[in-house]
Write a protein that binds this ligand. Structure first.
Ligand SMILES: [Zn+2]
Length: 320
């Protein structure tokens, strides 16, 4: 009996040891399989997200190859303009051309010139004041596509933009793609909220819009033509860009790189809308601005203008 008992115990022990050994082998393998599957799924998500991010960055900073920059300048037309803004003269003593120039808009006045539009997205920020100071120093008018920011200091910046003759454009309230582009209703609510806010603060009803990520962004779940059409129905013109300073990359570019990106291809454009960003981290954009303006001013028959109703819209997608 004893020997039988011992035998069974030995058998049971053997089985337990075998089971334990198998468990030791199987469990790690199972873990390997499970973790591999998880790893694969995760890598896939990372790859997809990377593609999305790259797409966005490309849209935002896109057109590096087209990069060009601003232009401005004067000569004959400017002389006429200065006179028109100068001391009052008897109309009878003016030439026919001078009288005509008085009634012309900037776009008409500089017909035939290369036109460069400096545009700043994402403000106001801690840099807006300095950007405005530089523009004032050079007597250059630009366009600011702003987001919704309450507070006395921000409101003063919106007003300063308008008071100093720059164009106030819209760039959504939050700049959060998932909210803005969630649906046509969400998009229009966002746009109207910003438009009303800016009107209350500045007295100006903005008619210009720049889509966060550009109209050719790949993040909107709704076809961007829908949003472009909605804006058009509201009398709002949307603007993309054809020259990028590329200052929205994750790495902060040097001042010289921004100057180069903004100016290298400018000569190839008759109308250049240059994309800059007005955010706290874009210090080198501010540093580059004087050189960019001076470069443009050194170009022949070139003027820097703010976007207006008469500006030819630079758009990545068409609206019918
Ligand atoms: Zn933006």
């Amino acid at each position: 009996m004893d020997s039988d008992k011992r035998k069974r115990r030995v058998e049971r022990l053997k089985k337990e040891i075998l089971g334990f050994a198998l468990t030791l082998i199987i469990v790690p393998w199972l873990m390997v399989v499970i973790l591999s599957v998880k790893n694969y799924k995760l890598s896939k998500t990372v790859r997809e997200q990377t593609v999305l991010i790259n797409q966005y960055l490309e849209e935002t900073e896109m057109l590096a190859s087209n990069a060009a920059v601003v232009i401005p300048t004067p000569v004959a037309s400017e002389v006429v303009k200065e006179e028109s803004n100068g001391p009052k003269r008897d109309v009878e003593s003016m030439t026919e051309e001078e009288i005509k120039a008085l009634a012309l808009s900037d776009e008409e006045l500089y017909d035939g010139y290369r036109k460069v539009y400096l545009t700043f997205d994402d403000g106001p920020s801690v840099n807006t004041e300095e950007i405005l100071d530089i523009l004032k120093e050079y007597d250059v008018k630009a366009t600011f596509f702003v987001i919704y920011k309450e507070g006395r200091e921000n409101e003063e910046l919106y007003r300063r933009i308008v008071d100093e003759g720059h164009t106030l454009g819209m760039h959504s309230c939050s700049h959060v793609y998932s909210k803005i582009y969630a649906s046509p209703e969400a998009f229009m609510e966002d746009t109207n909220t910003l438009r009303n806010f800016l009107y209350m603060v500045t007295g100006v009803e903005s008619r210009f819009y720049r889509f966060p990520g550009g109209s050719s962004n790949k993040v909107s779940p709704v076809d961007m033509h829908t949003y472009a059409k909605l804006l058009k129905d509201e009398g709002i013109i949307y603007y993309d860009w054809n020259v990028s300073s590329q200052d929205a990359t994750s790495i902060i570019l040097s001042k010289d790189q921004i100057v180069y990106n903004s100016t290298c291809n400018l000569k190839n454009f008759k109308e250049a809308v240059i994309l800059f960003h007005d955010t706290g981290s874009k210090v080198t954009t501010v540093e580059a601005l004087p050189e960019i303006i001076e470069y443009i001013r050194s170009m022949d028959d070139t003027v820097i203008l703010p976007i207006s109703d008469e500006t030819n819209p630079i758009q990545h997608i068409s609206v019918d």
